[in-house]
Design a binder for this molecule. Structure first.
Ligand SMILES: [Zn+2]
Length: 291
């Protein structure tokens, strides 16, 4: 990366001390790869949104410890990096589109020099993975034209009003979630940065919704597993329950449902007919294999 200070990505002792705040094990310098990157800046981006300097300063406090995603496969969950320090760097001689001195939030990032990360490290070193997107929540979104809350004032991002451009000023960040490398640079002015951000309330609600869904998912899976084990016991009484449970642990919910269905079909074939009364489970669902 152009901002990289450490040669060859080797952390200094100072870096290591900061990194160790986030690791369980004490790592040797050669086990870690570090680089520095611009996370976001105070330029108005392509979406007509801008972080003022104060927001960048708050984000500098919120980002350390947050993970970075390397979305190579298009699947999420590749959390391979972590920010161990962040700071706002001012370039007073350079002005942004709003006429303010340019400021950028830079993050120092570490990842482990594992076999899985080797390709990513090569891409970072080669300057390929430079585009960064950050995800955070802000409490207030203010209109650049009138200073009021953007959605209530009637002005629209990207429009001009008597020669004054309207953009969204993202104020009072409340949380920083993650950053990720993205493939397409979206902010030609700043070169390499694209942001995606949540809005305070809406984002918190979305997170709560996701947590609720995850909770539902866990409950659904537990119920599905119980039914599969029950069906397994009925269909294949010789099959060890722990063995079946161990096998189920590796299945996706969809596969588990399929297995349950198959076992239930087998069980139904091997079981004598039961009175209708017993054919319904506690939830009114067909469940002929209760014992
Ligand atoms: Zn306005």
């Amino acid at each position: 990366m152009e901002d990289q200070k450490q040669p060859n990505g080797i952390p200094t002792e100072e870096d290591l001390a900061l990194i160790h705040r986030y690791t369980r094990a004490q790592l040797a310098a050669q086990e870690v790869y570090v680089f520095q990157t611009v996370l976001c800046d105070n330029e108005i981006d392509r979406d007509g949104e801008q972080f003022p300097l104060a927001s960048l300063q708050t984000l500098a406090e919120l980002f350390p410890g947050k993970t970075g995603l390397f979305d190579h496969s298009g699947k999420s969950g590749d959390q391979v990096m972590r920010i161990y320090a962040a700071a706002v760097e001012l370039q007073p001689e350079r002005l942004n589109s709003a006429g303010e001195p340019y400021a950028a939030l830079t993050g120092k990032v570490y990842l482990l020099r594992t076999e899985e990360n080797a390709a990513l490290i090569r891409e970072i070193e080669g300057g390929i993975k430079k585009e960064v997107s950050v995800s955070c929540a802000v409490r207030r979104v203010r209109c650049s034209v009138c200073g009021e809350t953007l959605r209530s004032c009637g002005h629209r991002k990207g429009e001009s009003y008597e020669g004054r451009r309207c953009w969204a000023i993202l104020e009072e960040p409340t949380d920083a979630y993650e950053f990720s490398f993205v493939a397409i640079p979206a902010q030609p002015g700043a070169g390499v940065i694209k942001r995606k951000k949540g809005r305070g309330g809406a984002d918190a609600a979305r997170l709560a919704e996701l947590e609720r869904l995850a909770e539902d998912g866990r409950a659904y899976r537990a119920e599905l597993l119980a039914k599969t084990l029950r069906a397994g016991g009925a269909a294949l009484p010789e099959l060890d329950r722990d063995l079946l449970e161990g096998m189920c642990a590796h299945l996706e919910a969809r596969q588990l449902a399929q297995l349950r269905e198959t076992l239930e079909t087998c069980a139904a074939k091997s079981l004598p007919l039961r009175p209708q009364l017993n054919a319904r489970g506690p939830q009114g669902e067909y469940d002929g294999y209760r014992f």
